[in-house]
Design a binder for this molecule. Structure first.
Ligand SMILES: *Cc1c(COP(=O)(O)O)cnc(C)c1O
Length: 436
């Protein structure tokens, strides 16, 4: 399979290059040149298949030409070592819980899949180790570090601002060891990002080392999220609830919902979609006006969705040839401020006993406002509420528990390299420590 750029100003590339480069040379996002429809027999029997079997069928449609069936099967099985159950919350309203992975975030699946695919490429040509650089303000670092942990031939460097990430988040990428190195930068997140960006542009570094990013726009990170929607459909079908299905996705960079739209293009029978946003409402405004106007992000309590210029908008636009009518018929939009998010967490708990996190709360609320009588609504719960414990505890009658898995990270020994924000130091560090 070849991949083209949404900017259309550069040659198509193969899967390996699309994954290692991340972004196209013309700064566009990579799109697969074909999206295969899966056979009706597959959809007819999907409720009889396991999560891994469903995901393998989907993965083959995208990666089957480039990765052998046995290797792909292993990559899929190792990625999906946990469940994503659909849980009833209220009449006609279901939560698709995407937070049962190692760091309790839905980004675990994409990170794990990408790590194993890169590991496969390195193992295949045995030429050069791959060094992954990530700057993080918290969540991405933990998902990427845990996703790549133990993958041979791939080394990860997580740069984070000293004292500016939560204790739980910090423990999730500083206590792992093995192929994961945490770099504690005396500065803010922007300093970390600037160091990573400069590294990608540095001629000498790139001559000596194979550097890549594990950015969420990478095809190997965003496409595997399509697995969720096929599996959710299968679970709904098992209960006879697959008619008039509406999927509602709390969205920031719009990678997750774009994967859902790919599933739809592959023939998954979904009636319509909802993009639920916090106060960052660029997409909502686009649906209303037909004009896409990026703006600076505003800080909210659903901070993983604080995005003012969602990168995957380019993919959605490309998927529907920029047709605003088609896009706004298929996808509805909602935007909620922090007070509305807090009230939703409180009301949902009072009425149903279900504990939402601030991101899932946007999804739940959008379904409440939009679902018609015959529709079945499924919203993504993208993070475990304990990851946002302070916010959630402040509105619920009693404090929520911290799951065992999160608590365990806290007991590990923190190991970091300290650095100021000087690029020369960072470069020396990489040249001395990163494998060729
Ligand atoms: C990343 C993230 C989102 C947003 O997902 P996108 O694919 O960027 O739209 C929503 N909720 C949580 C908890 C996240 O970590």
């Amino acid at each position: 399979m070849r991949y083209y750029s949404t900017n259309g100003k550069t040659e198509m590339v193969d899967l390996r290059e699309a994954v290692v480069k991340g972004l196209a040379a013309d700064n566009g996002l990579f799109m697969p040149e074909r999206i295969a429809t899966l056979p009706t027999t597959f959809y007819g029997q999907i409720d009889k298949f396991s999560f891994q079997d469903i995901a393998f069928a989907v993965a083959q449609a995208f990666f089957g030409e480039d990765v052998g069936a046995d290797a792909l099967r292993t990559i899929v099985n190792e990625t999906l070592a946990f469940d994503c159950p659909v849980v009833p919350v209220q009449a006609n309203c279901y939560a698709l819980e995407l937070f049962h992975g190692p760091t309790l975030a839905f980004k675990d699946v994409g990170a794990r899949f990408m790590a194993r695919l890169l590991g496969h490429f390195v193992g295949q040509d045995r030429k050069q180790a791959i060094n992954v650089l990530v700057a993080t303000s918290g969540d991405t670092g933990s998902a990427v570090a845990n996703g790549f942990l133990g993958v041979e031939g791939v080394n990860v460097y997580v740069l984070y601002p000293k004292g500016k990430v939560s204790a739980i988040q910090e423990s999730q990428f500083t206590t792992l060891g093995q192929n994961i190195t945490a770099i504690e930068v005396d500065g803010v997140f922007d300093d970390c990002q600037a160091l990573v960006k400069q590294a990608f542009m540095d001629k000498e570094l790139n001559e000596q080392l194979l550097l890549t990013s594990a950015n969420s726009i990478n095809v190997a990170r965003f496409l595997p999220q399509a697995f969720y929607y096929f599996y959710a459909y299968a679970q709904m079908k098992k209960q006879g609830l697959q008619n008039e299905l509406v999927f509602c996705v709390p969205s920031g960079n719009f990678g997750n919902i774009t994967a859902a739209l790919f599933a739809h293009r592959m023939g998954l029978p979904i009636k319509r979609f909802i993009a639920a946003n916090n106060a960052n409402d660029v997409f909502y405004q686009y649906l209303e006006t037909g004009k896409y106007r990026p703006k600076p992000s505003v800080q909210t309590i659903a901070n993983a969705m604080d995005v003012g210029n969602p990168s995957n908008f380019a993919r959605i636009y490309d998927l529907y040839d920029g047709n605003h009518h088609t896009i706004s018929q298929l996808i509805a939009g909602f935007s909620f401020n922090d007070d509305e998010i807090r009230a939703t967490i409180r009301d949902c708990f009072q009425q149903t006993g279900y504990v939402l996190d601030p991101h899932g709360a946007c999804g739940y609320k959008a379904l409440q406002l939009s679902l018609s009588e015959n529709e079945h609504g499924v919203f993504c719960e993208t993070a475990h509420p304990a990851k946002f414990k302070e916010t959630v505890d402040a509105v619920l009658p009693t404090p929520i528990d911290i799951p065992e898995r999160l608590a365990r990270f806290m007991q590990g020994r923190k190991q970091t390299y300290r650095m100021n924000n000087s690029f020369d130091k960072f470069k020396d560090f990489l040249l001395q420590n990163a494998p060729r």
